[in-house]
Write a protein that binds this ligand. Sequence first.
Ligand SMILES: CC(C)(COP(=O)(O)OP(=O)(O)OC[C@H]1O[C@@H](n2cnc3c(N)ncnc32)[C@H](O)[C@@H]1OP(=O)(O)O)[C@@H](O)C(=O)NCCC(=O)NCCS
Length: 286
Amino acid sequence: MHELIFRNDYGRTPEGRAALKSLIGDIFGLDITPLDRLGHNPDVIAFGWWQGDRLIANVSLFRRVLWLCGQRTEAFGVQSVAVRPEFRRRGLFFDLMTRALAFADERVGLVILMTDSPALYARFGFRPLQEHACIATPDPVPGLRDARALSLADDADLRLVVDLFRRRAPTSLRASATDHPALFLLKAFTDGTIELVHLQHLETVVALKRPAAAPVVLLDVLSPAPPPLQDIAAALGIAGSTFELRMTADLIAPDATPLAPVHRGHMVRGPFPAESSPFMLSTMHI
Ligand SMILES: CC(C)(COP(=O)(O)OP(=O)(O)OC[C@H]1O[C@@H](n2cnc3c(N)ncnc32)[C@H](O)[C@@H]1OP(=O)(O)O)[C@@H](O)C(=O)NCCC(=O)NCCS
């Protein structure tokens, strides 16, 4: 049996990505092969314990850009936290998390993650965020109905979305993110209930769900100038409909009514000034 070796040089190499794909597939049952076509985030720093050429345990950081109370804020996200079952309860996760946070602390003031297991991260100083979706029924306005469903399986549609990501403005200055598109694209590609719709004359793509007999759920808005919700509704051909906005609504629907706070899995470590008033970060990521 080979001894375990620590490495942090594989986050963006083909060999490292193949090992991460295998670990994530084995532990979470998630196939990240589509990223080979959708585009990997080049800003992943992976920390791992290896046995020969097999990745045993991993914690990855990736660069994030958040907008919080008007400030552009560089942060790190945490992803791909996994230890192979036969190597658990030896402190490998604790070791990797400690190394990753030391790396992050030298560079940024904020680390953010999404988890179903908050107890795992509390000992590292992470605290759960309470977030508010909101509801709005914008007044119907006349507008050009001009909505085209996009398919990420189509190369031209994929290019369109990636180009808008490059040019997008924040959906909220109070609390939103303008990250690399990799995790958004993977989420949209793997969740068949999410629609991506191009509103051409608004130079906008919206991510949404349309549950039966419930408000339209607006998940994200990609645009160099995010339009008001009533213009989005008109372009979708559903003016006068009610929307649940899973994002901070200060720019696109300032009169929206916040719903009761919920914990959606986001945890932060470091100052997060938006906590003082209702906000919601997009969950358009795996
Ligand atoms: C969670 C996981 C990474 C822990 O790896 P590990 O190397 O066994 O962890 P460590 O040995 O460093 O530490 C284990 C500690 O975490 C605690 N722990 C493990 N899983 C936990 C969970 N789901 N919730 C809360 N605490 C947990 C253990 O009680 C232990 O605490 P102790 O040191 O006080 O005994 C591993 O079990 C795993 O890969 N699980 C499946 C994937 C997963 O859940 N990833 C996190 C998704 S956000």
